[in-house]
Design a protein around this ligand. Sequence first.
Ligand SMILES: [Mn+2]
Length: 347
Amino acid sequence: MYSSFRWFGENDPVTLEYIRQIPGVRDVVGSLFELPVGDVWSVEAIAELKETIEAAGLKLSVIESIPIHEEIKLGRGDRDRWIANYCESIRNLGKVGIPVLCYNFMPVFDWVRTDLEHELEDGATALEYDEEKLSNFDFSDGTPDMPAWVKYSAEELNELLSAYQAMSAEQLWNNLEYFLSKVIPVAEASGVLMAIHPDDPPWSVFGLPRIITGIEGLQRLVDTVDSPANGITLCTGSLGANQSIDMVEAADVFAKQQRINFVHLRNIQHDTEKKFHEAPHPSEFGELDMHAIMKKLYQHKYEGPMRPDHGRMIWGETGTPGYGLYDRAMGLMYLQGLWEGIQKSNG
Ligand SMILES: [Mn+2]
């Protein structure tokens, strides 16, 4: 396993120079944020991102993510055109030498939180989700402001929401399976490892179907196309939002099959079943046993990238919600310490 760190591009207050100063980090998780969803990522654009990162003494090791056009998720008539674009982007990642692609298959919205600045006892802030506050989202002017949510007009959003409300989970599965059947052979031939990110939170929201919600769904995904290129992102915080999922078991099950292609590590704390906030990374401050999870990765010889996921905002820092520098860097030092301990205690 090796450490990586997410970078949001030239507008990110966390610069590549800062990332370069975190001990043990040489690998960056990047993306192209300006491209419309569905467009082909050109070799030139990917190479330019790679060169910018390399000029800072770092490497572009993971793309997180290339969003999937809604027409693919909806399984509509022109999906083949959008899938062809997606395949072309994967081929281009391969040409530039980017080994891992993280993506998700959530309808319309990306990760959902109801408070981006939930104040903790010590004055730090963290992202919070409270199912009871979902009704506060106002869709009348189109997509509300949330990090990672694609902007749609009120009309577009209405159309999308009603299209999905008529769709069963099984239909969404069929559309994902169709997508994988086309894309995974291309990824395999291009030397790119795909890594689906679990839905966050891992259950249906706003009446939309969600399917990558637990061990069973992830197993169905990896069984759909039997290839090392068809893997998962083990995101402890996303799956861990469902308290009935045993994260140590999840790490064990998929690391054993060599189907973990990317790891996100963060901790989480629930107030009720569907109300939780993000916690500092160390085990004792949340519900997840990070040591036990990492031990499974070690035992099954996971050799891919890991990044610290969402951190709190501390020491007066402001910036991209969940993606400040200080808490993620501290979290990463903790995770590296755990890893060193596991390695040394196993000879
Ligand atoms: Mn994650």
